[in-house]
Ligand binder design. Structure first.
Ligand code: BTN
Length: 328
């Protein structure tokens, strides 16, 4: 489509002016077609500045989050090709479950600028204010055994880390199983949910939901969240545009997901282990049967956490109802 090509050309020269004539020539279309494409992109929310003399320019500092703006930066074969970006929803996971899971295919992606009822693990809420973060969910139809479902969370955590490394030059760590940390502060949460077919016990669909904090409005957070939460802005003065981070996240996630679907779990576990926080350090295990202290001994080939109790006995923790925190 001319529209996509015009946007890619402008995106490749973000911050610079390109004349309508040059765009038309490079893309082999008429100037009228370029003009029509620009108008259509503007109608979809893209901020495209007109410059004197008839050129167009994507402002370097523009942080708007739009479907065409994210699409133009994708290198995926599937993820994000069907993409909805909305200013607000209750929860991107809930929205997919309620409105899209029955009709949309693998890789369908839903991004919201704000969630009014963002959800976290263990029934917690995830604070998701407007313009302060990236809140996205991807619909998957994995043909994998049910017990491999936690690998989706593991892949998502690695994808977030790789994305932040690429886009911000920072080095996040992962607190098993789904928290991405910078300097011990949680800057991202991941919620994987699945629907299982009753008769076969196979996965019908899974939704991987990812929330990355760009900035935090600390006063609006409850004190327990304030104590652990962080944001990218706490660690860098050069925040990436949210569209850049969103597209890179989908690029990274798709590659890791492809490995999982091909049975190459090592390609996901190795980078996960490399970034595992609190390895060989004391942690507190919060399990439904009670809390206890242990040493974190790594992650096994099934993605479960290995811990060692003070008496030397080892336990293997499955993510379900369990969480951990560092012992200070
Ligand atoms: C957690 O920290 O326990 C998980 C938080 C997951 C938050 C993301 S934001 C996008 C998606 N939609 C939700 O309602 N939750 C996930």
């Amino acid at each position: 489509m001319v529209k996509d090509e015009v946007l890619r050309a402008l995106e490749n020269s973000r911050g610079l002016r390109i004349s309508g004539g040059r765009l038309a020539q490079e893309l082999g279309v008429s100037r009228a077609a370029v003009w029509k494409a620009i108008e259509s992109l503007r109608a979809e929310g893209m901020q495209i500045a007109s410059t004197p003399g008839g050129g167009y320019c994507l402002p370097a500092s523009d942080d708007s989050l739009t479907a065409p703006g994210v699409s133009a930066l994708l290198h995926t074969h599937c993820f994000g090709h069907d993409l909805i970006v909305l200013p607000e929803t209750d929860s991107t996971n809930t929205a997919i479950k309620q409105h899209y899971a029955a009709t949309k295919g693998e890789g369908f992606t839903f991004i919201a600028e704000r969630q009014t009822a963002g959800r976290g693990r263990l029934g917690r809420c995830f604070h998701s204010s407007s313009g302060l973060g990236l809140y996205t969910s991807v619909l998957l139809r994995p043909k994998m055994p049910l017990e491999h479902l936690n690998f989706l969370t593991i892949a998502a955590a690695v994808a977030v880390c790789q994305t932040i490394e690429t886009c911000c030059g920072l080095c996040p760590q992962i607190k098993w199983v789904n928290d991405v940390l910078l300097d011990g502060r949680k800057i991202c949460g991941i919620l994987t949910e699945a629907s299982i077919e009753g008769e076969t016990g196979c996965i019908d669909y899974a939704i991987v939901g990812i929330g990355v904090n760009f900035r935090l409005d600390r006063e609006s957070l409850p004190s327990d969240v304030q104590a652990v939460a962080g944001a990218l802005a706490d660690f860098t003065d050069e925040l990436p545009r949210r569209a850049v981070l969103a597209a890179e996240l989908l690029n990274q996630l798709e590659t890791l997901y492809d490995h999982l679907c091909a049975g190459r779990t090592d390609e996901v576990l190795t980078p996960y282990r490399k970034r595992l926080s609190y390895l060989d350090q004391p942690i507190r295990v919060l399990a439904p049967a009670g809390a206890y202290d242990a040493i974190c001994r790594g992650v096994n080939d099934a993605g479960n956490l290995l811990v060692e109790r003070p008496d030397g006995t080892r336990e293997t923790l499955q993510s379900g109802e369990i969480s951990t925190r560092p012992l200070v």
